[in-house]
Design a protein around this ligand. Structure first.
Ligand code: GTP
Ligand code: NA
Ligand code: MG
Length: 290
């Protein structure tokens, strides 16, 4: 099949960086300026995965908290859930151990990076120092003749943030991300929990379109999709590729990092879940014997 014939999908962008360098603050700014958030009063449950609809109708999916185990699990399973990494570096603190760790993750996954130098509103901001430190650690930033873009921002005041959005869109046009939007849906579990409404999992759809009533398997459990909700709590009819959705209807909550596959019917879903449970049990007892 000709990949360029597939429909385009929004870029999936992961925000990474050292502790307290402002990842969540930047995401909050992006979320608040999103058309969707404005339409629905900006009520958000913090699931760290959301889609921003820009006024021009273009969309970006953002993921927070990439440090957690789910990302490692997905990587080990060969899944690149993210298309672009935003490497956040605080202008007053510069490159730190977790900055380098994030860099290593992005490089080994072969994901392009955009550097966001954050907190430029602060008196202590040392932008040139940050650039020099990044270059010293092998980041080929454009100021030093490389092709990694650097955007100076303040997640607090919003300064430079529209430029960051613009850079993301430009890069994603170059990357030209596409995915099958019909056919059996496929995705990954980002998070799961038990809430008063029931067993919930946040699933990032990568391929196909997920709809209410669909049957899906994840790890050793399965669901008949009872509802799909965006991070803003909006009930969705369907989730096309690159959409993060909260799904209700699980028998048991799946594990973060599990792959989600649509099944043709409940019987097939149950069989797949049971089969995997058996494999895991056997593996466990083999390990206990060893
Ligand atoms: P972790 O998730 O704990 O790693 O932190 P984080 O990277 O998400 O940082 P967070 O957004 O929680 O911000 C850490 C602190 O920096 C908070 O007190 C923010 O208010 C502050 N902060 C974040 N961005 C900016 C900024 O652009 N300017 C200023 N002055 N402060 C900022
Ligand atoms: Na923090
Ligand atoms: Mg945070």
């Amino acid at each position: 099949a000709d990949p360029s014939a597939l429909p385009t999908r929004p870029p999936i962008v992961t925000i990474m960086g050292h502790v307290d360098h402002g990842k969540t603050t930047m995401l909050d700014w992006l979320r608040k300026t999103s058309v969707a958030a404005q339409e629905h009063g900006g009520i958000t449950q913090h699931i760290g995965a959301f889609s921003v609809r820009l006024s021009a109708g273009r969309q970006i999916t953002f993921l927070d908290t990439p440090g957690h185990a789910a990302f490692l699990t997905m990587r080990q399973r060969g899944a690149n859930v993210t298309d672009i990494v935003i490497l956040v570096v605080a202008a007053d603190d510069s490159v730190k151990p977790q900055t380098l760790e994030a860099l290593k993750h992005a490089q080994s996954a072969n994901v392009p990076i955009i550097v966001a130098i954050n907190k430029i509103d602060k008196d202590e901001a040392r932008v040139e120092q940050v650039k020099a430190d990044l270059a010293r650690h092998g980041v080929e930033i454009e100021d030093y003749g490389g092709d990694v873009q650097v955007v100076c921002v303040s997640g607090k005041t919003g300064q430079g943030m529209p430029d960051l959005e613009e850079n993301i869109l430009t890069l994603s046009e170059i990357l030209d991300m596409r995915a099958e939007s019909d056919g059996m849906a496929e995705g990954w579990v980002l998070e799961s929990s038990i809430k008063p409404v029931g067993k919930v999992a946040t699933v990032l759809v990568k391929r196909g379109t997920l709809r209410k009533g669909d049957i899906i398997v994840a790890g050793t459990t399965w669901a008949r999709v009872r509802s799909l909700r965006s991070e803003a709590g909006v009930e969705l009819e369907e989730a096309p590729p690159s959409t993060p959705v909260e799904i209700l209807g699980w028998r048991e909550p799946p594990a973060a990092g599990d792959q989600v596959l649509q099944a043709p019917d409940e019987g097939r879903a149950k069989d797949a879940a049971h089969y995997r449970q058996e494999l895991r049990d056997r593996e466990k007892s083999a390990n206990e014997l060893a």
